[in-house]
Design a protein around this ligand. Structure first.
Ligand code: KG4
Ligand code: ZN
Length: 336
């Protein structure tokens, strides 16, 4: 171990994954443990906040221990602790924050607060440092944003959704066409089995950098109801295909417009919906044709994990960001 090396222990518990990770110098993943509660919540058709926080309480100490053991390290080897303080489910966040405060206090380590979306962005830094300036397309269950970054930890919001986030729209459409939880990945898969035959609108196809997905979602609801009333079966694969095509079309169109107008050549994609194969494939193709340097995280880093929190935590630590021992978990908070 080199004396200058910085080892960040990251903690993520904002939704239904309890995850701990150790990352060296913001780039190199040493060890990660993720305990997903997905199977439990699948029984209820979505995440039940009360159950999620209880499961975090039961699991977090086990996950911390397992992560350190896997790395063959002790808390003495850790430089600082980075934790997701928000946004997310307040009860879930609280468990991670209390664990971080306790470790920081007992082992006398700096406590670094990390915004969940900063974490998703820094998933692109794992294995190779991001190149600046860049545009980040953030697509998750709670966010759909275009962000300009001139350098590490400088986040300038250019545009965002005026209503639903794209992941939220996927989950709602999944429910309408009666696809089991987790809906997003299944709708993605089904879209490849169907054809774009349904006449859905391209949402907020205007000159702004903003998005809107509630109109597209309503169009899917109306179409499903109308067909049902007429006694017609909808073809779920075709509807998934038409929906995904509109989503991918508008995300790609506005992202390319932003890249052009901000005159940058680096694009990164962040958030759970970065796992969507339609978005990945289209952006790979468009970026190749337009000489844009595209980075999309490996699938395992797209959905919630602590590796991304530890990676972001390294830069926050370097910039001197520190939380007091009374750091508060926050359900809603702007990216900073
Ligand atoms: O980033 P994430 O794990 O949680 C938040 O921070 O919100 O994102 C979860 C969202 C869910 O809405 C889920 O349905 C969606 O990401 N998602 C997908 C895919 N994989 C996950 N949506 C579309 N296609 C996918 N392959
Ligand atoms: Zn997330």
């Amino acid at each position: 171990m080199n004396k200058e090396d910085v080892f960040i222990l990251g903690i993520e518990s904002s939704c239904d994954e309890t995850s701990i990770s150790i990352v060296k110098n913001g780039v190199e993943e040493i060890s990660t443990v993720i305990l997903s509660q997905m199977d439990t919540h699948a029984n209820y058709g979505g995440v039940v906040p009360e159950i999620a926080s209880r499961m975090h309480v039961e699991n977090i100490t086990i996950v911390i221990e397992e992560c350190l053991n896997k790395a063959n390290m002790t808390m003495d080897d850790i430089t600082a602790i980075a934790v997701t303080y928000g946004p997310g489910l307040i009860g879930s966040l609280l468990i991670g924050v209390v664990a971080a405060q306790t470790l920081s206090y007992i082992y006398n380590k700096p406590l670094v607060p990390v915004h969940h979306i900063a974490g998703h962005i820094y998933a692109n830094n794992i294995g190779k440092e991001m190149q600046y300036p860049l545009i980040a397309l953030v697509v998750s269950g709670g966010h759909t944003e275009l962000i300009y970054m001139e350098d590490n930890y400088s986040f300038k919001k250019i545009g965002g959704t005026l209503d639903d986030a794209v992941g939220e729209a996927y989950d709602k459409v999944a429910r309408i066409i009666k696809v089991p939880y987790p809906g997003g990945p299944l709708v993605d898969k089904m879209s490849y089995e169907g054809n774009d035959v349904y006449d859905l609108p391209l949402p907020l196809d205007d000159d702004t950098y903003n998005f809107s997905f509630s109109g597209l979602k309503s169009a899917v609801i109306n179409l499903a109801h109308n067909e049902e009333q007429r006694g017609n079966e909808i073809n779920k694969n075709d509807l998934a295909c038409s929906f995904q095509k509109r989503v991918v079309d508008i995300l790609t169109k506005k992202t390319l417009k932003t890249i052009k107008e901000y005159n940058v050549s680096n694009l990164i994609v962040a958030g759970g919906v970065a796992a969507n194969s339609g978005i990945r494939n289209r952006l790979i193709e468009e970026c190749k044709n337009n000489n844009i340097n595209l980075t999309i995280p490996e699938l395992k880093y797209c959905t919630d994990n602590a590796t991304m929190i530890a990676a972001a935590g390294y830069y926050a630590y370097k910039l001197g960001r520190r939380a007091d021992i009374d750091l508060k978990a926050t359900a809603v908070t702007e990216l900073n």
